[in-house]
Design a protein around this ligand. Structure first.
Ligand code: GDP
Ligand code: MG
Length: 163
């Protein structure tokens, strides 16, 4: 069976955009409004020849940091737990929010390998957010742009040892 990679992060950071880019079909709905991805979606992804099953999660949508624990037991938690690798996506332009911190803290408690991905970083726009994200304790974030396809080689190199 293919290794499994789950995309995790707060609403609107670009999870579905990343999913669509790697799966190569518009299976996930991309929208500016938080909460648009209602169901978990999965597809077969290819990244520079690396093949894996990719899961686009939405379990943190429509939630604030306070109500997070209840929903975390649902689809996002299940996806992250069953995955070989979790891609932790954040918006490097917006910086690290309280909900980002809550999600990161939860991810650190899992055995799953976590790779932090600094999305929306095209043209170095995300440098401040990337520096903030070092403090999350998840390792070096990969500067990335799901919309523009930047950072794919670095993502490949981060994923390859784990899948
Ligand atoms: P999700 O809620 O995490 O699934 O986020 P979406 O994939 O639906 O994207 C939310 C918004 O961010 C949409 O308007 C996307 O076009 C935009 N977006 C996604 N990736 C990028 C990126 O790399 N750069 C920029 N500037 N915008 C992005
Ligand atoms: Mg989505």
């Amino acid at each position: 069976p293919l290794p499994v990679v789950a995309i995790v992060g707060r609403p609107n950071v670009g999870k579905s955009t990343l999913f669509n880019r790697l799966v190569g079909k518009k299976l996930a709905l991309v929208d500016d409004r938080p909460g648009v991805t209602r169901d978990r979606r999965e597809g077969d992804a290819t990244l520079l020849g690396l093949e894996f099953k990719l899961i686009d999660t939405a379990g943190f949508e429509d939630e604030d940091a306070q109500s997070l624990p209840g929903r975390m037991r649902q689809q996002t938690e299940a996806a992250a737990l069953s995955a070989d690798v979790a891609l932790y996506l954040f918006d490097s332009r917006a910086g690290v929010t309280p909900l980002d911190e809550t999600i990161a803290q939860w991810l650190r408690s899992l055995d799953t390998v976590v790779i932090p991905v600094a999305n929306k970083a095209e043209g170095k726009a995300g440098e401040t957010g990337i520096i903030e994200a070092y403090a999350l304790g998840l390792g070096d974030p990969i500067p990335f742009s799901a919309e523009h396809g930047e950072g794919l080689v670095d993502l490949f190199e981060a994923l390859r040892p784990h899948i």
